[in-house]
Design a protein around this ligand. Sequence first.
Ligand SMILES: *Cc1c(COP(=O)(O)O)cnc(C)c1O
Length: 381
Amino acid sequence: MKIQSQSPETLCVHAGTFFSEEDGGINSPIFPSTAFRYDQNAAVPYARYLNVPNQEAVTQKVAALEGTETALVLSSGMAAISGAIMGLVKQGEHIVFQDSLYGGTQYFITEILDQFGVAYTLVNQHNVEGFHAAIQENTKLIYIETPSNPLLEIIDIEAIVTLAKEHGILSMIDNTFTSPINQQPAHWGIDVVIHSATKYLGGHSDLMAGIIASREELIQKIKPVAINFGACLDARVCYLLERSLKTLALRIKQHNQNAMEVAEFLMAHPKVEAVYYPGLATHPNHALAKKQMNGFGGMLSFEIQGEYEDVHHFFGRLQMIDRAVSLGGVETITCSPRETSHGKISPEARQKLGIRDTLIRLSVGIEDAKDIIADLERALT
Ligand SMILES: *Cc1c(COP(=O)(O)O)cnc(C)c1O
């Protein structure tokens, strides 16, 4: 299907869909074959080669939404992150990345890439000066995540792109927290956009996948690594992901609206000491968030009065909201970053990152905001 529209709502529904002449169905059929008849003059389709129809349906849809030339779909967010970095960075080169990163990414760069002779610098001052100061002669890549986890700090995408271009360095972003509905980093010139599609793109807490969206030239460098690491996504899961993506714009609209209402409720609550949500006018980077985001997303965190124990009392009194890891699903879930994403680091390191024991993270779902707020109210009282 040829789609004229640039509207994300329309692209979510129609981009990438392919039709089977035989059955006349209006959805992409699922092609589970791993053995394909071949033609000696054409590329052989094979799921691990990342070239089967159900993978292409997903990648065309996401590339349309991100505004990139092309994309790859892999079996997890970490497969996308490790594949993209390994495809673009070589031994002897250096990466600059912020110190507040998804735990798996941090582990990959500091513990695994290190074994392959790739150096890195962690930046703790998240403005252009901070990133600039970390650039070395051999820096190949600047890697960011905005909004950051779990404090929802906003990094200036346009400024990072300008800095990277001035130094001939590639830029990469983990766009998981926003989805392409709320933020299109390629629009600002970011070279590579990554997603853990396990989160908002899948959206129902029932599939794992990862996306790398970029221009053809860079995808061609990443592809051989991704193919030979073997983290491909099965046709059946591709279909589930394609199906989920059709409602992405609709879901994100509701996540945005609910999170805003929840953030305002928390702000006004006497038992809450701080709320971290870029949609609030009191957020230190609110103006920047407004500039680079179309919506402020479904993720927020807040600190409650009291001590670590009180976090457990809070969790214990919740009735609808589950204490669970992961994020981006239709259901509201909550966790303590001290116990999950930042559970393995020392109390001193947590303090340095500004992650207090009384911090609670919320992935706000698409239920009726009234019910989410009522549950929070009950647990806070
Ligand atoms: C979950 C997550 C990842 C890793 O994704 P998986 O699908 O679990 O491999 C990477 N980045 C962010 C921001 C995430 O939330």
